[in-house]
Design a protein around this ligand. Sequence first.
Ligand SMILES: [Zn+2]
Ligand SMILES: [Zn+2]
Length: 381
Amino acid sequence: MSSAQGSARQVREAVDAAMVVDRAGWSGAARSAEVVELLAARERLDALVHAAVGEWDRDAAWALDGSVSPVAWLAHRTPVTRQDAATLVRSARHVARHEVTAKALGAGDISVAHVQVAARAVKHREDLYEQHEDVLLDAARALDPSAFRAAMAHWRRCADAVDDHDRAVKEITGSYLDIVSTFEGVGHLDGRLDAVSTATLVRVLDRMEPPDGFDGIAAPRTRAQRRADALVRLASGERPPPINLDITVDIDTLAGRPSPDLEHGCCEIAGSGPVSPAVAAMLACDAAIGRVMMRGRSEVLDVGRQTRMLNRAQRRALGIRDGGCVEPGCTAPAEWCDAHHIVHWTAHGPTNLANLELRCRRHHILQHQRDLQAALARRQE
Ligand SMILES: [Zn+2]
Ligand SMILES: [Zn+2]
């Protein structure tokens, strides 16, 4: 008999012995003490179960019986429901993966309920949990499980916002265009553009080279052929035609009140697809862009088109005052810059010089990302 079975047998024998203790005539205080002790013992036992299940799962011991998963094995062979088995495996894995958490549970500093809350909240954010493990365990030690659940929910929102920040930065810094020439000078293009640049370029190229009519002789060019021709015309110095990017933005998302329902808070460029909240805020900031402001999917709050456009005198004055992008260290000239509303017009910021500054596209999106995170942090204080 292995020591594991030995330890489980000892526990059962102790419980069986306690079962037959005669509690008749016990005082209320004695009964209270007994309940407290029994629940404390159950908590310790549950911690032991988590440690044992974590090791059993790590070694894939459940597979030895031909079972397809630890949850299926537990539901089949032990008196737990499938749902409870799933919860147990998730929490046990969380303990097995995170050594400091395992120690805290083993020492009784935190309870199994805390572990369950954490295991549920860290899904797909395991790496971030590792970075914050000490702080989160301090919170678990200080808070009861239901307060800890609120703390973990807060952490999760921040984790997602951080993730979104990284994504937004990647989105605007990840553009490239590779042009490879072959022996005979023929070029092959390969590249990646952020969402706004993609929508702009596609719109411009397709405006310059609309579909050919069929003249009965030459086959019409494909869309890819037309875009290539248009790109060369642009490179040859032709002025691009004016285009409108129409965007739909969710007002709550812009204000840093992201809805847990992803569908609700969707911001998108019409005809191109969804964009991150920071990009949507940036687009909604530049008054030259048509937009539909929504609350959720159904309530239209504002349909604006170029209503908050700077006039020429304002734009010139802004160029002279700021000289270029106001982000410290950035050397982008005024011509490359957007006019950024310091207080967004959705928060009643006016379109006047005092409330405007020049920002290059990259630092414009970055500023809106910062504003969104600040709004998110304020809401969670
Ligand atoms: Zn802006
Ligand atoms: Zn800049």
